[in-house]
Design a protein around this ligand. Structure first.
Ligand SMILES: NC(=O)C1=CN([C@@H]2O[C@H](COP(=O)(O)OP(=O)(O)OC[C@H]3O[C@@H](n4cnc5c(N)ncnc54)[C@H](O)[C@@H]3O)[C@@H](O)[C@H]2O)[C@H](O)CC1
Ligand SMILES: [K+]
Length: 513
């Protein structure tokens, strides 16, 4: 599936797209494959020298061009005076093309037959077994080699991966069987989605992108490299409107936040405060009448509308009054603190179906749609689901383990079934559209790992939807603002002890960075 990625996403070509790019560079732009391989090997060499400055290096080579890169780096390391053991998995006669050429160019001792024990006695290992040509779990001797490299890493041997840690699916980050866990990965031309998406992200370690001279779109029209995914960049924030001198609160749009239940009044408060801090013109919470006083007192900048409730939980009878308020709203966040009462789940389903405004469905609003994603597909206005892993598992009726292992595939499935944008939260937050576009967040905002930051994200995205930002851009920009705010909090007050309110307060600064 190739969707044209917006300019504010840096392409993360998947395995097929990267192979197409390699082929295009060779056939259409006349760059010899052997030259691409040499440049790849040189980039890998520099990373190995940095990560393993001394001691013996074992280079384990598979039979494809990933192995060919390994043979290049073995030669360069030996030319630099390093002690290098080359372990060749295939018979030498099985090597073809550029890999074979580099076998012939190898200086020093010829490659040895793969010797697992030797991998525990070296300072470092270069994993040149499988790259973008891998399919499925490593098999046979390749599987044994990947197992051994992984075990050696567990014993403290430094592993540097060539292009992709062997065993990781370059396109999705899935690990079918066993995979190498590298200290660092030298990846060629561009990072692949599998290096940015868990569990592949954790296997890749530090990712260094090596320029191997594949030209950009210099009019030569490279193949659509957008078949993979895109990395969210700061440029997405340029999609956001700014308040001008003549702006009024009406320009900022009206965000409604519907949720809350006894003991769970904090979530709608966090979501509504976040919407205000993210630029909404005005924000109103729709909450159980018996809890309304809490909201009257808590946040002066947020208005509150009491809805009929039973024991502090919203029931289907609250749908009609809520819809009345929605007539004058520009976006709705539904779910924060809603609670698990059956009547509240029905309330959430009825309101989601009837609300004709852009909707951010979060928390118990999502749980109310477990196994009912298709109900959302008939909504006329845009829908953004913001599940964490456990909520996505409940939506799809699968186990948490399956979501942890197949994040991209399952986010795509939910987006397709619900006809909605899915924001699958995590250090590697994914934003996936029903049409198949995929954006990945750079993450690295550990201060966000605290209760309530999910509510903050929902309110932030709703504020951008209320300002008529295109929904995919609004979801990605919301994720980026949220991440930046988390990083600001981490720098200002420290990761430990950061709380969701700090992230809200940092949202305005996050736009300025
Ligand atoms: N194409 C180029 O110009 C460049 C490529 N670079 C490097 O090449 C690899 C991609 O090479 P390719 O030959 O397509 O595939 P691999 O080297 O990944 O090897 C696949 C090889 O292994 C076998 N295999 C596949 N899956 C499994 C499995 N699960 N178990 C066992 N064996 C498996 C398969 O039969 C193939 O023979 C790319 O990653 C780069 O490293 C250069 O870097 C740049 C130029
Ligand atoms: K590899």
């Amino acid at each position: 599936m190739s969707a044209v990625l917006p300019a504010w996403l840096d392409p993360l070509p998947d395995a097929a797209a990267q192979r197409a790019l390699d082929g295009w560079a060779i056939e259409q732009r006349g760059i010899p494959g052997i030259e691409l391989m040499e440049r790849a090997g040189r980039g890998l060499f520099e990373l190995v020298q940095r990560c393993v400055p001394d001691g013996t290096i074992a280079v384990v080579c598979g039979k494809g061009n990933n192995g060919g890169d390994g043979l290049v780096v073995a030669r360069l390391l030996r030319e630099a005076g390093r002690e290098v053991d080359v372990h060749l998995l295939p018979d030498p006669g099985e090597l073809e093309g550029d890999a074979r050429t580099n076998l012939e160019r190898l200086c020093g001792a010829p490659p040895r037959i793969f010797n697992p024990g030797a991998l525990f006695e070296v300072a470092g290992i270069v994993d040149a077994v499988l790259g973008t040509g891998a399919s499925g779990a490593p098999r046979g001797l390749v599987g044994d080699a990947v197992d051994t490299i992984a075990a050696a890493a567990d014993h403290g041997v430094t592993v540097v991966a060539c292009d992709v840690p062997s065993g990781v699916d370059a396109s999705t980050g899935e690990v079918a069987g066993v995979a190498v866990r590298a200290r660092a990965t030298a990846t060629f031309h561009a990072a692949k989605p599998g290096l940015w998406i868990a569990p592949g992200k954790q296997h890749a370690g530090e990712v260094v992108v090596v320029d191997i001279g594949i030209p950009g779109d210099d009019g030569g029209r490279p193949p659509a490299t957008v078949a993979g995914a895109g990395a969210i960049t700061a440029a997405v924030l340029a999609e956001l409107p700014s308040r001008g001198a003549a702006s009024t609160k009406f320009d900022g749009g009206s965000v409604l936040v519907c949720g809350g239940s006894t003991g769970l009044t904090g979530a709608p408060s966090l979501a509504s405060a976040a919407a205000a801090r993210a630029g909404a013109g005005y924000v109103t919470v729709l909450v159980p009448a018996s809890l309304n006083l809490v909201f009257e007192v808590r946040q002066a900048e947020v208005m509150s509308v009491p809805l009929p409730d039973e024991d502090g939980a919203l029931m289907p009878a609250a749908v009609a009054p809520a819809l009345e308020r929605l007539e004058r709203a520009d976006a709705l966040v539904l779910g924060p603190g809603l609670g698990r009462a059956e009547g509240s789940a029905q309330f959430a389903r009825d309101l989601a179906a009837a609300a004709n405004v852009p909707l951010v469905l979060d928390a118990d609003g999502l749980n109310a749609h477990a196994g009912r994603l298709e109900d959302l597909a008939s909504r006329r206005a845009p829908t953004v689901l913001t599940p964490h892993g456990g909520e996505l598992a409940r939506l799809l009726g699968v186990g948490n383990e399956e979501v942890r292992g197949r994040r991209l595939a399952l986010a795509r499935e939910a987006a397709h079934r619900a006809g909605a944008i899915v924001v699958l939260k995590g250090d590697d937050t994914l934003v996936v559209t029903p049409a198949g576009a995929v954006a990945v967040s750079p993450g690295d905002a550990p201060a966000l790992a605290t209760a309530g930051t999910g509510d903050v994200l929902g309110g932030t995205i709703a504020a951008l939807l209320a300002r008529r930002v295109e929904p995919f851009a609004a979801a990605c920009a919301g994720v980026e603002l949220h991440r930046r705010a988390g990083r600001i909090v981490g720098e200002r007050i420290g990761v430990e002890g950061a709380i969701a309110g700090d992230v809200i307060d940092a949202l305005p600064a996050a736009r300025r960075r």
